[in-house]
Design a protein around this ligand. Structure first.
Ligand code: ATP
Ligand code: MG
Length: 390
């Protein structure tokens, strides 16, 4: 008998042949995270991933926080593994598990048995009833509740037998890197880090781009973005952040465009620069933190006028979300506190009091084509960008 950690990763089941690649990616990530902890091994076992310690006691308090934020993991279950599948052994191990985790009773429970071993002489329900009765006999102050129990004691008969009762929730989604690549426009605000997280959670590998306009934007604003990137890397393992010096481009737009149209020109320039980086790093899409209607540049008309700047698809995972829902996710993933630090990312010099909410694409495109040095400045900004890896 030994202590193990069962890793649940439900959604992969629907991905057919891809499943093995995706499972292997998840296993690789777990192995990488546990690299510095001797003795830990990771196995695949019939629709589960299993973490064991082959050299000593399983230290759940250390291991669970390290793997619990890995994208693709639905739940983590600390449990025991043993070989003897006789009903006496199931009773004994289930009771031991129960006593270890709920020594004082005082709970309602139910036993649930999963049996991939169809030759077993008892059905799953029979096993559950037998083991449930045995536990009830041996621990005081317990009640069975089959409808809404506080504790679900799980018995799984696979190649070995597993008993567990706790499920620690993981972030879910798909394993990072199993679904192509995208480049995220990461500002210091609340929204874009959430966008980055949501796309990464669908298995997409991400690189981030930040447009820095010193001295109009401060060193501290840049630090904020770096801290956000580092926070996101807790989920993705690592992340590259491209810092693009955008002052010259921004000044050029400032000189050549009426204030109410500036935001649209600026966003187009950002997308163009990001697309150049995205092509180089083999991304298939750009990602922003836009949410429909939140600000002037996020109306349908503005999105239409902005997106024609690039050929690459621009994903907006937050487009239909309310601010509070975005804030809730930001709080959950630990980016909110960083995002709300003061030192805004955009200098007031560049923000019009009344930006146009219904820009016309044809007018914008025609005006833009007359700014001769714009393309060159964007090209130079990309060439001069700095790359930091977290
Ligand atoms: P956020 O909270 O993400 O900053 P926002 O609500 O402030 O978004 P905008 O400032 O209009 O909205 O930015 C919309 C999107 O454009 C951002 O979510 C981000 O993807 C991108 N963006 C804006 N400014 C920058 C910047 N300086 N660097 C990189 N991306 C940016
Ligand atoms: Mg912003």
């Amino acid at each position: 008998m030994r202590n193990v950690l069962l890793v649940k990763y439900g959604e992969l089941a629907i991905r057919g042949k891809n499943r093995y690649l995706v499972e292997n990616r998840l296993i690789k990530t777990i192995i990488k995270r546990l690299n510095n902890y001797p003795g830990y091994r990771v196995y695949k076992e019939q629709g589960r991933i299993l973490v064991v310690n082959e050299e000593g006691e399983f230290d759940y308090d250390t291991v669970i926080p390290i793997v619990s934020n890995i994208l693709g993991i639905v739940g983590l279950c600390p449990g025991t593994e043993f070989e003897d599948r006789s009903i006496e052994s199931l009773r004994k191990h289930a009771l031991m598990h129960f006593k270890e985790h709920f020594p004082n009773g005082g709970v309602t429970f139910k036993v649930i048995t999963r049996r991939s071993d169809k030759k077993y002489p008892m059905t799953g329900n029979e096993i559950s009833a037998d083991v449930g009765g045995y536990i009830l006999h041996n621990i005081d102050d317990l009640k069975v509740d089959v409808h809404d129990p506080e504790i679900k004691l799980m018995i799984e008969l696979r190649n070995n037998v597993y008993v567990y009762s706790k499920v620690i929730k993981g972030p879910g989604g798909l394993p990072y890197g199993s679904g192509g690549k995208a480049t995220v426009l990461l500002s210091g605000g609340i929204d874009s880090p959430v966008s980055a997280f949501l796309v990464a959670k669908r298995g997409v590998e991400i690189e981030a781009v930040y447009f820095d306009s010193p001295p109009y934007t401060s060193e501290r604003a840049k630090q904020k973005v770096m801290d956000l990137a580092e926070r996101i890397s807790a989920f993705t393992g690592s992340i590259k952040l491209h810092i693009v010096p955008f002052t010259q481009t921004q000044l050029c737009i400032y000189e050549h465009t009426p204030p109410e149209k500036m935001t649209v020109f600026l966003k187009r320039a950002m997308l163009k620069a990001a697309e150049k980086i995205a092509v180089k790093n083999k991304s298939y899409a750009l990602v922003t933190g836009d949410s429909i209607g939140q600000v002037a540049s996020q109306t349908m008309e503005a999105i239409y006028a902005i997106d024609s700047a690039v050929a690459m698809p621009v994903l907006r995972p937050l487009c239909a979300m309310d601010k509070q829902d975005i804030v809730d996710i930001a709080t959950d993933i630990g980016t909110f506190d960083i995002s709300v630090r003061p030192y805004e990312d955009c200098c007031t010099v560049f923000v019009a009091k009344h930006p146009e909410t219904k820009p016309k694409k044809s007018i914008i495109e025609s005006m833009e084509s007359k700014i001769e040095e714009l393309d060159r400045l964007i090209e130079e900004a990309v060439e001069n960008s700095e790359i930091i890896e977290f």
